[in-house]
Design a protein around this ligand. Structure first.
Ligand code: FDP
Ligand code: ZN
Length: 314
């Protein structure tokens, strides 16, 4: 009997990504997330004395994980990274490498407000060919997206626009292929609705009511990575963080969270829209820009679109 060693991330990248530098960046980020995972336990309850550019209270895990990611990417300039943007920074960081072809935009620890109660949190990363801010939109501009989920298991989900693939960090510290070519069903059975119900618009409330009447189950953890991960692995459903009555752009950020998740979900056969346009068509000029989002299986996202466009009688 021989041991089943499994496909490593390195082997998989060699098959699914023909750009050497991009492979190295993804691998380096995956390795860096092992460090981030190792500090989460020690710093998960420590509140920092600072706020991020969106005015949110930072935790020490936010600041430390940002530093770990940024400095590890900056140090090895042979990767050719030019710009680094993070939800935890006030402005874009330019690494000034001579060969800087790629840029990285990230949320180092998404859902960090859940860290103190030991719920799942994650790191979100998008990789761009060229500058992050340009008018091409995320679909053309982004060449890879990934997240690492720190839960009972540490898992990594990535796409280089050649399908979506899940890896599990095994006890020996290696990422091993768990699920290849994840596909969403046309219609799922779960919904994750962000924002307070009292702040939802009438259209959004009616849409959610219809999902409930159709038998969709409420599955909302309050952490974007875990909520999107369950939609990908359960084969469908919808995650929403809608426009709110007093916050028409919602809460989540286009460049740090939304376009990465949109690329992963579209690659799995799903959709992501803000109600007016595909999330991957957006190219706001502000790195901190926010947008409403409806992301998941085609049926639910198209239904949301109909409610938002008032093409469903309510
Ligand atoms: P958090 O503020 O804890 O970082 O990134 C923002 C985020 O979490 C997402 O992970 C999550 O989907 C959303 O906020 C949850 O917001 P609500 O608390 O308003 O539901
Ligand atoms: Zn976040």
């Amino acid at each position: 009997m021989s041991a089943n060693i499994g496909v490593s991330l390195r082997e998989h990248l060699l098959k699914h990504c023909d750009r050497t530098e991009l492979r190295r960046i993804i691998y380096h980020i995956a390795e860096t997330c092992k460090y981030i995972s190792s500090i989460l336990g020690e710093y998960n309850r420590k509140v920092a004395q600072t706020h991020n550019s969106s005015g949110e209270q930072q935790l020490e895990v936010d600041i430390l994980s940002n530093e770990i990611l940024m400095e590890r990417l900056r140090r090895d300039t042979s990767f050719g990274i030019n710009e680094f943007a993070s939800e935890e920074l006030d402005k874009l960081e330019i690494f000034n490498t001579n060969s800087g072809r790629y840029s990285v935009s990230c949320d180092p620890v998404d859902g960090s407000s859940l860290a103190d109660v030991n719920l799942s949190i994650g790191t979100i990363v998008g990789i761009y060919d060229g500058p992050i801010l340009n008018d091409r939109g995320g679909r053309d501009n982004m060449v890879a997206a990934l997240y690492v989920l720190y839960g009972p298991l540490t898992t990594l989900m990535y796409t280089t626009k050649s399908g979506v693939h899940e890896f599990v960090l095994d006890p020996t510290g290696n990422y091993v292929l768990a699920t290849e070519n994840i596909r969403l069903e046309e219609k799922g059975s779960i919904y994750s609705p962000g924002g307070l119900k009292k702040d939802w618009t009438r259209e959004h409330r009616d849409f959610i009511k219809t999902l409930e009447e159709q038998g969709h189950k409420l599955r909302y953890s309050g952490g974007l990575v875990a909520d999107v991960n369950q939609i990908l692995l359960k084969g469908g459903g919808i995650f929403t963080y809608p426009a709110l009555v007093d916050k028409p752009d919602g809460k989540l950020r286009v460049y740090f969270e939304l376009q990465q998740m949109a690329l992963l979900v579209e690659q799995a056969g799903g959709l992501a829209t803000n109600g007016e346009d595909h999330i991957l068509n957006l190219s706001p000029t502000d790195i901190d820009a926010r947008s409403p989002i409806y992301l998941g299986s085609k049926y639910e996202v198209n239904l949301a679109q109909q409610y938002l466009e008032h093409t469903v009688a309510v």
